[in-house]
Design a protein around this ligand. Structure first.
Ligand code: NAD
Length: 475
């Protein structure tokens, strides 16, 4: 599905009549989804229910002054679980009001349901999943969270356990599709020994930071280095982050979120975008580096700007040159491959050679749903974005002994100036064909990157996480 196409015109957001929770993010992205506003107005609700139209919720996005957990978190642990009390302690440490499934008095307003399935050994035992969720799904509040914790099926000692753990994927992905009002569901496979390395992942998936992420399956392994401590409100304090394509759109949001998390940010963009780049970087006390990422010495220049030490490297710069292959010119193939794939490859290789990625460093690449599902008119773009996934998967084992992680985020339809310039019908299809019935905001991609950049995310590497509202394509 083409969720992202080239263009230069923008659709300025009109905040007049906008739902308050949408305003600030739309102002940031410059693009408004008027259907979501309409669907959440009094008139809209009547029209939508009369005609059976989709009813996208106003997604709650994390704001520093708002509570992380606006309602109780019900946790089902099971006897003999290695997670058990540790999980509850971690959630309470994050500020959650953890309640037990014995609390039959709570019939609405639950912020989250967390199910520990790590002890499930056989398919018959999956009935516990049914028993926990079936009576409680209706108790979830708007924008609630469901998290299921399992064991990686590939590492199961017994065949029956492997089968049952694999079955969780179907259950969680389907439940995610059934949830309403902006609620989401994810499955986290916890490798034995990684129980103490879950905090940053739970912080992301159980709060409004993961507003546009649903139906994802993530694995947390024991980190190579011991889990360190961090400032919970500004976990990237003392770290330097380099973000490419930082002057606008998703890159600008990444700069702002990483700075909010405490990082010193160096934004990179082409010299033609220098004025906008400076505006973004200076507004968060960061540094602007006007540099084309395809330059042969791009990696060395980034390392130099960061005084030889890049704790967080975000390869976000990207372009599209959409044409069916039969009509594609050679330069349209080459430029997309150069910016989207060859540049991140060269820069990563240079940073490794220069030893500019210290222990605990995080590399995050921005791929795309097109790179997973393929898309007519984007053979070049999809090749480059699938290549980015290959980059992450091949570098992960290489970087692991140095305590460095590398992951990819694959956005679906994100409201940026580019998607705002798509033809109406394609844009509407891109927005609605997902479980949340709307496009994401640049901040949704940025929050996912901040999770992977977190000092506590050392157990997550070599993975691809979609920020796509559980788009129906390629999932
Ligand atoms: P955008 O065009 O708004 O921003 C891309 C930025 O990259 C621009 O500031 C541009 O100047 C910069 N850039 C381009 N070539 C560069 C180069 N050679 N050197 C340095 N900077 C360069 O796009 P966006 O929507 O914010 O997308 C950001 C990333 O997300 C891209 O990698 C894109 O492929 C990916 N993505 C976007 C969507 C979406 O729906 N918007 C979906 C999937 C993936």
């Amino acid at each position: 599905m083409n969720t992202y196409s080239q263009g230069s015109t923008s659709t300025p957001a009109s905040s007049v009549g906008a739902h308050p929770a949408l305003r600030s993010h739309e102002r940031a992205s410059g693009v408004a989804d008027r259907y979501v506003h309409f669907a959440n107005s009094a008139l809209g609700r009547r029209v939508i229910s009369a005609f059976g139209l989709p009813q996208p919720a106003v997604l709650r996005r994390w704001q520093p002054h708002e509570p992380e957990f606006p309602g109780p978190v019900m946790v089902d642990t099971s006897p003999g679980s290695a997670l058990g009390d540790r999980l509850i302690g971690m959630l309470e440490g994050l500020g959650a009001n953890v309640v037990s499934p014995a609390r039959v008095d709570i019939v609405k307003g639950l912020h989250a349901l967390v199910f520990d399935a790590t002890t499930v050994q056989s398919s018959a035992e999956l009935k516990r999943f049914f028993d926990f969720f079936q009576p409680r799904v209706r108790s979830l509040a708007a924008c609630a969270r469901v998290v299921v914790l399992g064991r990686p099926p590939q590492q199961a000692a017994m065949t029956a356990q492997s089968i049952a753990q694999r079955a969780l994927e179907g259950a969680v992905r389907s439940l995610a599709k059934e949830l309403r009002q902006g609620a989401t569901a994810q499955l986290i496979y916890v490798t034995p020994g990684a129980e103490g390395a879950l905090e940053s992942t739970l912080r992301f998936f159980l709060t409004a930071r993961s507003a546009f992420v649903s139906g994802q399956v993530v694995r947390v392994d024991p980190p190579v280095d011991p889990v360190v401590t961090w400032d919970r409100s500004r976990p990237l304090t003392g770290r330097t982050a380099v973000v490419t394509g930082a002057s606008r759109g998703i890159g600008e949001a990444i700069v702002r979120v990483l700075a909010r998390e405490g990082a010193r940010v160096i934004g990179v963009d082409v010299p033609a975008a220098e004025v906008a780049l400076r505006r973004v970087c200076e507004s968060v006390g960061g540094l602007a580096l006007a540099l084309d990422v395809t330059a042969a010495d791009a990696g060395a220049r980034m390392a130099q700007a960061a005084d030889g030490c890049i704790d967080v490297m975000v390869h976000n710069a990207g372009i599209t040159r959409d044409k069916r292959l039969v009509n594609m010119r050679e330069d349209q193939w080459s430029s997309v491959m150069e910016v989207n794939l060859l540049a991140p490859e060269r820069v990563t290789e240079a940073l490794v050679a220069l030893k500019a990625l210290p222990r605990g460093a995080r590399v995050v690449c921005v791929s795309s749903m097109s790179g997973i599902a393929g898309n007519a008119g984007q053979v070049n773009y999809a090749a480059s974005k699938a290549g980015v996934i290959g980059l992450v998967q091949s570098y992960a084992p290489r970087l692991a002994p140095d305590g460095v992680t590398i992951n990819a985020i694959a956005p679906g339809f994100i409201e940026t100036q580019m998607t705002g310039a798509m033809p109406f019908a394609i844009r509407e299809a891109g927005r609605r064909l997902n479980s949340l019935g709307q496009g994401g905001q640049p901040v949704d991609v940025a929050e996912a990157i901040a999770w992977l950049a977190h000092p506590g995310s050392g157990g997550v590497t070599g993975q691809v996480v979609r920020v796509c509202g559980q788009n129906w394509l390629g999932a």
